[in-house]
Design a protein around this ligand. Structure first.
Ligand code: C5P
Length: 216
């Protein structure tokens, strides 16, 4: 019998990639599978939380007892997250948000003409940093995928985005993280020693993240 230790807690989770349109048939996206965010959503719901999952397109089945909101672009994601932020207690940004969008989405398919094509890419706002500036009671969690100077880069993001926890992935390893069903992460929290969660299933990693949030 599963412990119901998240009873009454409202949890907002984002997961998966975002998709930025170029024209009616083309888009920019990334390799995020959504597995980590979906595992967090399922485990939180199984422990009694009221869970809302805001998800980019993935191949995964919807978690059970979770409200799922589908989004495509970073802008969609931002609107949905900001509209749900006030009523949630734990806010976990596991989505791989596109850092750029295409300046002008063509309304017709762009034709080739034998010449090169330049796309004008505009920087997207950092949604998580924005939430860090307006948070009140929320425990705010970010993810970071790094290939070098893990702790240094991770601690910088923890501080700059005003987070309560940063889940740090080493993406230079191919046996964990992106697209894998296993992960090994470090949890960074302000004024605490980093906590290594050794290689394990994403379900177990999700439960450890939720355990740590509960004692914050
Ligand atoms: O700075 P970096 O992109 O590594 O930070 C990753 C974290 O920030 C993730 O939690 C991701 O969901 C979030 N993020 C965001 N908006 C962006 C880019 C990243 O909320 N435009």
């Amino acid at each position: 019998e599963q412990k119901q230790d998240l009873n009454g807690i409202n949890v907002l989770i984002t997961a998966g990639p975002t998709v930025e349109e170029i024209d009616p048939v083309r888009y920019l996206t990334n390799r995020s599978s959504g597995k980590m965010g979906y595992s967090l959503a399922q485990e939180a719901a199984d422990r009694g939380a009221n869970v809302t999952l805001i998800s980019g397109p993935t191949k995964l089945a919807h978690p059970t007892n979770v409200t799922v909101i589908d989004i495509m672009s970073a802008k969609d994601l931002q609107q949905k997250v900001e509209s749900k932020f006030a009523q949630n207690d734990f806010v976990i940004m596991a989505a791989a948000v596109s850092d750029f969008h295409v300046k002008t989405i063509a309304d017709q398919k762009i034709k080739k003409n034998g010449k090169n094509l330049q796309l004008d890419l505009v920087a997207n706002p950092d949604i998580l940093a924005g939430l860090g500036r307006i948070k009140v009671h929320q425990r705010l969690v970010g993810f970071a995928a790094e290939t070098q100077n893990l702790l240094e880069n991770g601690n910088k993001k923890l501080k700059e985005k005003n987070l309560d926890m940063l889940v740090l992935n080493d993406v230079s390893r191919s046996d964990i993280g992106f697209n894998s069903s296993e992960n090994e992460v470090r949890l960074l929290q302000p004024e605490k020693e980093p906590k290594l969660l050794k290689k394990n299933t994403k379900e177990n990693i999700a439960n450890e993240i939720l355990d740590q949030l509960l004692i914050l």
